[in-house]
Design a protein around this ligand. Structure first.
Ligand code: SF4
Length: 444
């Protein structure tokens, strides 16, 4: 078995190297000052790799400026160019960054042309020592692959294998693969299938793991930890991103926790566990609410996803912000965390399922505010999947299996989707949530 390492600048990914923590800027790349400032904050907060969006050729000069400004500041954190819909931009930016992320589903509209452009990208990356991430997303697999395998975890793994084969045929091995979905079951199954296929072929490529469009707050963190920890506990995953609809700085504590826990540097605050059939009663002595939340998600995510456990009860204490020890059960936190965990593992839904992208340089409106508003106005609507996406270019394609979509167009206008179909276009943002709620209620 050959286990490969990818190299992005001074960072090694895979083959037993420490798990690499990364995040992504949500600034406009054309705003060089803001992007440099955010990169500095992310680097100082522990991001070991930083992705920035590169929407088109005009942004390549900005990327060069960002890189040289960071270098002047003595910051050599690898920069990853995030590419959608423009294979030419990938080829143009590759000499100036440490890694290029492409999405096979939208690299080029024509599959044959996509293969030719990818061959060109590989040559540029080879010449410049640039790594490539083959970043497959469940929501944007593209017609070529879904016509063959449907919109399935198998299709995600097959898409990655096809693009890996192109790398292998070109004798290019500086590659990382990701297979993201906002559905934890789909995401875990896709990575497991890919790992099994790589083992069968005898070559293991490094994997970037994450739950995409996980949302925000406790739900986003728990969902991310359920999916990512399940894989890391099986030795699947070499670099992680906890993708939240919040400022990217806020993603890093959970990502660092996962890297430390599965790098065997920290352990759970669970002090005991008793099993009664398929129910577990776990006792915690947690140093904070946040640690408790992450510990619980990692301790039980895999067992719930794999259905080796059906019920869970959490007891013990955690320390609140004032330093007081609080009873997990009496405060109601235990029952709430179990509800969140059951939903993240898709065992039981106690509220709508939200899919929300983290936003990036393509976002043209206040995504975080809109998502909070949508959540607060729709929390009573059960058995519904509602997506809130940051851009009209990529958002609709990435909404995966959402029943409803709220997609900002910029200029304070919103398009509302039912499934993949736009049903209301160019709605003023001040009335968009009302219209969305009306439509959902009418449909129920
Ligand atoms: S869907 Fe969200 S994260 Fe993806 S490109 Fe658009 S704004 Fe960026």
């Amino acid at each position: 078995m050959r286990t490969l390492t990818a190299k992005a600048g001074n960072v090694l990914i895979g083959a037993g190297n420490p798990i690499v923590v990364q995040t992504m800027c949500n600034t406009h790349t054309s705003d060089v000052d803001a992007t440099v400032a955010q990169c500095v904050r992310l680097y100082e907060a522990g991001s070991e790799m930083i992705r920035i969006t590169v929407p088109g050729p005009a942004d390549v000069e900005c990327v060069k400026s960002i890189k040289s400004r960071l270098k002047e500041l003595g910051i050599n954190v690898p920069i990853v160019a995030d590419i959608h819909f423009s294979s030419q931009t990938a080829i143009m930016v590759a000499p100036f960054v440490e890694k290029v992320r492409i999405n096979p589903g939208n690299f080029h509209r024509d599959h044959n042309e996509a293969r030719k452009q990818f061959a060109r990208l590989i040559e540029v990356c080879r010449e410049n020592g640039t790594a490539i991430r083959i970043g497959v997303n469940h929501g944007s697999l593209g017609d070529y692959i879904t016509n063959l395998y449907g919109n399935t975890p198998e299709a995600m793994a097959k898409a990655a294998l096809e693009w890996l084969k192109m790398c292998e045929d070109a004798d290019f091995h500086n590659v990382v693969v990701s297979l993201k979905s906002s559905n934890t079951i789909v995401m875990v199954e896709a990575y497991r299938k890919l790992m099994a296929a790589m083992k069968e072929k005898g070559v293991i490529y490094p994997l970037h793991v994450g739950v995409t469009e996980a949302g925000n707050g406790d739900s986003g963190r728990i969902k991310s930890c359920v999916g990512i920890s399940t894989l890391l506990s099986e030795g699947i995953g070499d670099t992680v991103r906890v993708s939240l609809t919040e400022d990217p700085e806020d993603e890093l504590p959970a990502a660092r926790y996962l890297a430390a826990r599965y790098g065997h540097k920290i352990v759970s605050s669970m002090t005991s566990i008793s099993l009664q059939g398929r129910k577990a009663v776990a006792v915690y002595d947690a140093p904070s609410r946040e640690t408790l939340l992450l510990d619980v998600a990692c301790d039980f995510g895999k067992r719930l996803l794999d259905k080796t456990l059906d019920e869970l009860e959490l007891t013990g204490t955690y320390v609140d912000d004032s330093g007081d020890k609080i009873s997990i059960q009496e405060s109601g936190l235990g029952a709430y965390l179990v509800d969140e965990l059951m939903q993240a593992a898709r065992r039981r839904f106690y509220k709508p399922e939200y899919v929300a992208c983290p936003g990036c340089g393509r976002t043209m409106y206040d995504l975080q505010k809109a998502f909070e508003e949508v959540k607060s106005r729709t929390s009573h609507l059960k058995n519904t999947v509602i997506a809130v996406m940051g851009c009209i270019v990529n958002g609709p394609g990435e909404m995966a299996d959402a029943d409803w979509g709220y997609v900002g167009e910029g200029n304070h206008k919103v398009t509302i989707y039912k499934g993949k179909t736009p049903v209301l276009k160019h709605i003023q943002d001040t009335e968009a949530v009302d219209r969305l709620v009306e439509l959902i209620e009418k449909d129920q």
